[in-house]
Design a protein around this ligand. Structure first.
Ligand SMILES: [Zn+2]
Length: 72
């Protein structure tokens, strides 16, 4: 009984080393979030892009007040 083909497993490209890696049992619940082929690549991930994301935006609240002026 050898009906399961390993060739049918999904494959992704690693964001770090750009190599294809194959679905693994340990990823069955997080496969959509997996971006790296290994723990080593996950730690290597390029820090330049993610570091640019601001955490707080105080500007949004003030501009929103302009759109909705209070009536007196
Ligand atoms: Zn990799």
């Amino acid at each position: 009984m050898r009906g399961v083909r390993k060739e049918n497993l999904p494959v992704k490209l690693c964001s770090v080393c750009q190599r294809p890696f194959t679905w693994r049992k340990k990823w069955e619940k997080v496969w959509e979030e997996v971006r790296y082929c290994s723990e080593a690549c996950r730690r290597k991930k390029v820090p330049s892009n993610s570091a640019a994301t601001p955490t707080a935006r105080p500007v949004d609240s003030s501009s929103r007040l302009k759109d909705n002026p209070q009536r007196t």
